[in-house]
Design a protein around this ligand. Structure first.
Ligand code: ATP
Length: 903
C-alpha cells in the first residue's frame, strides 16, 4: 500500500487504529502474534549439538583420540577408555563455557536493545522496539532511532537522517501532508519515517505501518548484518601467543619423547606420555576462560549499572587516564528547582521542594505576591509557555515528565498560580523552534486571545543577551545599552557563583506568524533570569577522588555557564587550585595543536557545544591519553566514537549516542564510570592471574618430564595422571581465579599502558620461576620416593603426582596478588577455596579409592610421605615471596585541591 499517498485521517482508518488512544494492550498482543516480533532476521545460529561436536574438532583433541585408537589397538583398554572419558569431560566443560559466554552476550544485547515510546490504552509507555505492531502510535524526538516504518501524523521541525536507506546524509525535513504520485522513492516520501533512520531535530508522532522484515530496512536486511568487532586486544594477543606456545610445547614434548626413547624407554609409553604432555602443556582452554572471565565481569558491571556494548572496552577501561564528563545529570542530580528570579536589577527568592507547586516569593525577605509584579509575572509565564515539560501528581508526589530545566520553570510558575492548563486557555502555541545544545535556546510562536502573535525565547543568558535589542526594566521597555548589559552580566555572575544554573527569558511581538526560523530569534526584549539549583550527586566527590588516586584525571565538559560550572567543579574537587577553565568560544578559535598546549592543565570546559568535544578528545589523545568521554545527544556521537571509551547515558541518552558508545551508564551517574573502570581493571587483572597460574603449571609439567628424561629416570608421571592434572587442577581453580575480587590497591595504581604485553610487569618471570620450581620439587619428590623403594615405581609416581597437584593448588593463592600471597586473605575468594577443595578431594579419591587405582596407576600414599609432599609443594610459592615482599608500590603525588570551605 502507498501509505505516503494517504491523508492523515485515512491512515487511521487503514491502519485500524485510534490516534487519540492508541491500540489496546490486548489488540497489540493479538497483532504481535499475527505479525511476529518487530525484528530483522539474523543469520541462523548453530544448534547446541553442533556446538558440542565442534569441541572435538580441536587439533589436540583429535591427537588424543588418535592416541586412544592406538592404545585400543595395542589392547590397552583401560588407557583407551580413560582417555576417551577425559576427552568427553573436556568437551562438556568447553561447551558449557562457550554456552555460558554466548548466553550472557545475548542477555547484554537484550539490555542494550532500543526502545520506543508508544501510545497504548491511552497512555504513553516505553516498550522494547521489537514489540511494536502495525497500528501502534509512536512518538519520537531528536536523537531517537525510528523503531519501525511509520506514517507521520504530527511533526514539529522534524528532520530525519535516512542515510542508512538512501545514502543521503543530509537530514530530510518531514511533514504530514500526503505525497502524490506512484512509486515515489524513499528519499521523497516526506511523510514517512523508516525503521533504522535517525531523528536529528524536532519531534513527531506517527502510525506504525510496517514492522520486522516488512519494512524498507527488512528488504535490505542482509546488507546490514554488519558484525561488530568484539574481540578484545588481549584476546587477539593471546591468540598470537597461543600459536607460539603450541610450537614451543610441541618442540619440548618431542624433546622429552626423543630423549626418553634414547634412554631406552618403551616407545608406546613414550608416545602416550608425549601426547598427554602436549595436551596438558598447550593452554587450549585459555581463550575460553578469557571469554568467560570477560563475560562474567561484564555481568558484574551490569549489577553496578553499566552495560558494555563493545567487549574491547572492558580492557580499555583499565587504561583510561582522563574522564571527560558532562556536568548536568552525570555529576549533578538533574533535579532542578528555581530559587532566584532576576529582572530589572531586582532579585527575588523562591522557596519550595522539588517539583511541588507550593512555595513562596520573597524580596529582601519580605513575602510578595508574584502576580502583582509585572516582570516577575512575565518571567514566570513566558518560562512556562516556552516549555514542553509537564508536572503531575502521582500518589501524593509531584512527578516530572520532560526536561528537568523546563520542569523547574513550570514548577516556579505553578507557585504563582500559573498552570499550563490555565495558560493554554489564554494562549495558543502555533510553532516551536526546538532547543538544541548548539544554539542553546528554544522559542515558541504564541497567539493570544486577541489574535496578537509573539515570539517567546528562553535559553542561555549570554546567548539571549546577544540577540536582545531591548530590555524590560521595571515596567518599561528600554533600549539595550552597555550599562544594561553589564547589569545582566553581573546578575549572571552573581547567580552562577552560587552554583545556580541560569535561564534567560526574552520575547518580541510579531507582525507575521509565519516567520523564518533562521531569522526569528533576533531583536528580542530581555525580560530577566531564573536561577535554579541542581545539587551535585553526593557520591561524585568521592568518585573523583578515587579516580585521582588511580591516576585518572576528571575533566568537566558542560554547556552551562563558566561561573556555574566552576562553582560545581570546585565543590566536587574536579578543579584544583591553578587549574584552567576554558570556554566554548575560546575553544572554537583554537586549533587542536593550540589546545594541546593547555589541555593538560584544563579541568573545566564551559559553554561548550557538543561539536567542540571532538577537539578535546583529539588534543588529549595527541598528548598520549586514553580518553573516556560521556555524552547523550546526537551531536555528541562523533566525540563518543572518537574517544577510547565512549560512554552514553542510559536514561537521558539518545539512541544515536548509545549506538556510538562502548559503555552505557544505566543511571547516568559519574560514580558508575569509576565503578566500571575498577571492574575493567579487575577483569584484566583476573585474566593475568589465571594466565600466570595456567602457564606456570604447564611449565612445571613439561619440566618435570624433561628433567627426568635427561637424568635417565623412569617416567615420573603416567599419561593419564598428566591428563587428570590438566583437566582438574588446571581447570577449576583457573576458572575461580576469573571470579576473584579486586585487590585493595587496584584503584591506587596508575592506568595500565594499552601497549602492555601479556607478560609485562614481571608476569613472564613469575611464570618461568614458579614453573621451574614446580618441575624441580615434583622431580625431587619422585626421586626421594623412588630411592626409598625402587621396586615400587607406581608409588613414586603417585608421590610425584600428589606433589605436582599440591604445589599448583598452593601456587594458585599466590596468583591472586600482583604483590604476594601475604597481601590477600586466602578465604577472600570462596569459589577458589571451593575449587581447590574439590581438586584436593578428587586427588585423594584417585589415590585412595581402590577401583580407580588401576586406572590412574596409583598406590595409597603413606602418612609420613605427606610431610615430604607438603614441604616440597610449598617451596615454589613461598621461596620467592620474600624477594617480592620488599617491593612496595610507589605512592602517587596527590594534587592540591581547593578546599571546599573556600568556595
Ligand atoms: P551538560 O553539557 O553538562 O549536560 P547542560 O545541560 O548545561 O550541560 P546544554 O543542555 O547544552 O548543556 O545546555 C546549555 C545551556 O542551554 C544551559 O546552560 C541553559 O542555559 C540552556 N538550556 C538548557 N536547557 C534548555 C531548554 N530546554 N530550553 C532553553 N534553554 C536551555
Amino acid at each position: 500500500m502507498n501509505w505516503y499517498g494517504l491523508r492523515v485521517h485515512e491512515v487511521e482508518e487503514k491502519a485500524r487504529t485510534n490516534v487519540k488512544t492508541g491500540l489496546t494492550g490486548q489488540e497489540a498482543n493479538v497483532r504481535l502474534k499475527h505479525f511476529g516480533a518487530n525484528e530483522l532476521q539474523e543469520g541462523k545460529r548453530s544448534s547446541a549439538l553442533v556446538k558440542f561436536l565442534a569441541q572435538f574438532k580441536d587439533f589436540m583433541v583429535l591427537v588424543l583420540l588418535g592416541a586412544t585408537v592406538i592404545s585400543a589397538l595395542l589392547g590397552e583398554m583401560v588407557d583407551a577408555v580413560a582417555i576417551v572419558a577425559i576427552v568427553i569431560l573436556n568437551g562438556i566443560l568447553g561447551f558449557l563455557q562457550e554456552h555460558r559466554a554466548e548466553k550472557s552476550m545475548d542477555a547484554l544485547k537484550e539490555l542494550a536493545a532500543p526502545q520506543a515510546t508508544v501510545l497504548r490504552d491511552n497512555k504513553w509507555v516505553k516498550v522494547a522496539s521489537k514489540q511494536l505492531v502495525p497500528g501502534d502510535i509512536i512518538k519520537f524526538t531528536s536523537g531517537d532511532r525510528i523503531g519501525a516504518d511509520v506514517r507521520i501524523i504530527e511533526a514539529s521541525s522534524l528532520y530525519i537522517e535516512e542515510s542508512a536507506l538512501t545514502g543521503e546524509s543530509v537530514p530530510v525535513q518531514k511533514r504530514i501532508d500526503a505525497v502524490n504520485g506512484v512509486d515515489v522513492g524513499i528519499g521523497d516520501q516526506t511523510n514517512m519515517a523508516f525503521m533504522g533512520t535517525m531523528v536529528t531535530r524536532g519531534s513527531g508522532i506517527g502510525t506504525v505501518i510496517g514492522t520486522g522484515m516488512n519494512t524498507a530496512m527488512g528488504q535490505i536486511a542482509d546488507m546490514l548484518q554488519n558484525a561488530e568487532e568484539n574481540e578484545t586486544p588481549l584476546q587477539r594477543r593471546l591468540e598470537q601467543m597461543g600459536k607460539i606456545l603450541i610450537v614451543v610445547s610441541l618442540l619440548l614434548t618431542a624433546l622429552v619423547v626423543l630423549i626418553g626413547v634414547y634412554q631406552g624407554h618403551d616407545v608406546y609409553h613414550m608416545f602416550l606420555a608425549g601426547v598427554s604432555l602436549a595436551v596438558a602443556a598447550i593452554p587450549e582452554g585459555l581463550p575460553a576462560i578469557v571469554t568467560v572471565a570477560l563475560s562474567l565481569g561484564v555481568q558484574r558491571m551490569i549489577k553496578k549499572k553499566s552495560i558494555v556494548r563493545k567487549l574491547p572496552a572492558v580492557e580499555t577501561l583499565g587504561c583510561a587516564s582522563v574522564i571527560c564528563s558532562d556536568k548536568t545529570g552525570t555529576m549533578t542530580q538533574n533535579k532542578m528547582m528555581v530559587t532566584h528570579l532576576w529582572s530589572g536589577g531586582k532579585t527575588w527568592h523562591v522557596t519550595g521542594q522539588g517539583y511541588s507547586p507550593s512555595g513562596e516569593f520573597t524580596e529582601d525577605e519580605r513575602k510578595i505576591n508574584p502576580s502583582a509584579v509585572k516582570s516577575v509575572q512575565q518571567l514566570l509565564m513566558f518560562g512556562c509557555l516556552c516549555n514542553n515539560a509537564n508536572i503531575s501528581k502521582r500518589k501524593k508526589e509531584y512527578v516530572l515528565d520532560g526536561d528537568p530545566t523546563e520542569g523547574a520553570l513550570v514548577a516556579a510558575a505553578m507557585k504563582a498560580g500559573l498552570t499550563r492548563e490555565a495558560l493554554a486557555g489564554q494562549f495558543q502555541i502555533i510553532k516551536e523552534i526546538p532547543f538544541d545544545s548548539t544554539r542553546k535556546m528554544m522559542s515558541v510562536v504564541i497567539r493570544d486571545k486577541q489574535g496578537k502573535a509573539f515570539l517567546v525565547t528562553k535559553g542561555a543568558p549570554d546567548v539571549l543577551l546577544g540577540v536582545s535589542s531591548s530590555i524590560l526594566w521595571g515596567e518599561k521597555q528600554q533600549s539595550m545599552t552597555t550599562l544594561y548589559q553589564d547589569e545582566i552580566q553581573r546578575a549572571i555572575h552573581h547567580l552562577g557563583s552560587q552554583a545556580l544554573r541560569t535561564i534567560a527569558i526574552a520575547y518580541k511581538p510579531l507582525r507575521n506568524e509565519l516567520i523564518n526560523e533562521r531569522d526569528a530569534e533576533t531583536d528580542l526584549m530581555f525580560i530577566g533570569l531564573q536561577g535554579m539549583i541542581d545539587p551535585p550527586r553526593p557520591e561524585v566527590k568521592q568518585a573523583v577522588q578515587e579516580c585521582r588516586d588511580a591516576g585518572i584525571r576528571t575533566v568537566m565538559i558542560t554547556g552551562d555557564h563558566k561561573i556555574t560550572a566552576m562553582a560545581i567543579a570546585k565543590q566536587l574537587t574536579v578543579l584544583p587550585e591553578g587549574g584552567k577553565v576554558v570556554e566554548g568560544t575560546e575553544l572554537a578559535a583554537m586549533s587542536v595543536e593550540e589546545l594541546e598546549d593547555i589541555v593538560e592543565d584544563t579541568y573545566v570546559f564551559a559553554r561548550v557545544s557538543p561539536e567542540h568535544k571532538l577537539k578535546i578528545v583529539k588534543a588529549l589523545q595527541n598528548k598520549g591519553h586514553i580518553v573516556a568521554m560521556t555524552g547523550d545527544g546526537v551531536n555528541d556521537a562523533p566525540a563518543i566514537k572518537a574517544s577510547d571509551i565512549g560512554i552514553a547515558m542510559g536514561i537521558a541518552g539518545t539512541d544515536v549516542a548509545k549506538e556510538a558508545s562502548s559503555l552505557v551508564l544505566l543511571d547516568d551517574n559519574f560514580a558508575t564510570i569509576k565503578a566500571a573502570i575498577k571492574e575493567g581493571r579487575n577483569i584484566y587483572e583476573n585474566i593475568r592471574k589465571f594466565i600466570r597460574y595456567l602457564l606456570a603449571s604447564n611449565v612445571g609439567e613439561i619440566l618435570v618430564m624433561l628433567f627426568a628424561m635427561i637424568l635417565a629416570l623412569p617416567l615420573p608421571l603416567v599419561p593419564i595422571q598428566i591428563l587428570w592434572v590438566n583437566l582438574v587442577t588446571d581447570g577449576l581453580p583457573a576458572m575461580a581465579l576469573g571470579l576473584d575480587k579486586p585487590e585493595d590497591d587496584v584503584m591506587k595504581r596508575k592506568p595500565r599502558s594499552p601497549k602492555e604485553g601479556v607478560f609485562s610487569r614481571g608476569l613472564g618471570w613469575k611464570v618461568l620461576s614458579r614453573g621451574f620450581l614446580i618441575g624441580i620439587v615434583t622431580l625431587l619428590a619422585f626421586i626421594v620416593a623412588y630411592n626409598q623403594n625402587p621396586n615400587e615405581l607406581k608409588y613414586a609416581q603417585t608421590v610425584a603426582f600428589a606433589t605436582l597437584v599440591l604445589s599448583q593448588l598452593i601456587l594458585v593463592f599466590d596468583c591472586r596478588s600482583e604483590r604476594s600471597i601475604y597481601h590477600r586473605n586466602p578465604f577472600g575468594n570462596m569459589y577458589l577455596v571451593g575449587a581447590v577443595f574439590i581438586s584436593l578431594l578428587l586427588m585423594l579419591v584417585v589415590i585412595y579409592y581402590p577401583p580407580l587405582q588401576p586406572i590412574f596407576d596409583t598406590l595409597p600414599i603413606k602418612g609420613r610421605d605427606w610431610l615430604l609432599i607438603g614441604g616440597l609443594s610449598s617451596i615454589p610459592t613461598f621461596l620467592l615471596v620474600g624477594a617480592v615482599l620488599t617491593k612496595k608500590p610507589k605512592k602517587q603525588s596527590k594534587l592540591k585541591i581547593v578546599n571546599q570551605s573556600k568556595i
